[in-house]
Write a protein that binds this ligand. Sequence first.
Ligand code: CA
Ligand code: CA
Length: 290
Amino acid sequence: MKTFKTLLVFNLTLLLLLMSACDNTGDKSLLTEIQLIKELTTPKDQAVMVYVPEGAFLMGTSDADMEFYGEFFPLRSPSRYDNERPQREVFLDAFYIDQLEVTNSQYKKFLSETGYVPKRYLDRPPFNVPDLPAIVLEWEDAVAYAEWAGKRLPTEAEWEKASRGTDGRIWPWGSEWDGSKLSGNDGTGLEDGYKETAPVGQFPQGASPFGALDMAGNIWEWVADWYEPDYYTHAPNRNPKGPETGDGHVLKGGGWAENLDFTRCANRLGGNPGSLLRGFRCAMDPPGEE
Ligand SMILES: [Ca+2]
Ligand SMILES: [Ca+2]
């Protein structure tokens, strides 16, 4: 049913685009627009995925960003951002990424269909409500779900492009902080309405340029890459996949319990931080491609 609805919305949008194309839009820009809104639903987990077209984007933290951070986060040492530097222009092939974080209802469907025994899945109140993001503390337990769903974890570069688009913005919605656009930590839970995790997809006003939600906040997200603090100083600029090994795997996006510095798209954390709650979303190559 959800697939049908998605297709219907897609076809309607396509129709509107075709109608407007009759006025003055050339074929080429029409194609680009269609690619930007393309989405699909994967059958196993009924997850909507948004399309991120191939091309370059700005990854990491620039000198100008550092000046902004100095004013915005005056108590932070500049060296705290070393692992996000230098900023690079990175080219990625096209991919799909889940619009939302994987939920408990999806994760439990995976468990019941496969009999998989997760190492550390936090199946307890208040975090195990069906529409809340699944809290998956071990990277391997996220990978196992992705394989079941016919998908994979996004690379760190894919995750960051999906969250901030191509222009190097600081948060998914832009470069100005706005606590009403994410499930974040304002100390009280009053501004965003949730004291802990929020049901996925509650903040469409904080959508990324490609339509992914909750990329900032709600729950930290595992990506495929191993973590190495100085990886950006020698990483390839085309489809980087992370170092061969490292200190745990990279976590992105911050969560409901963290401050606004950690919810920046460029922020990266490794080292398997023991107490930190985390989940994930999946990515996929475009169907029919390798
Ligand atoms: Ca909150
Ligand atoms: Ca998130």
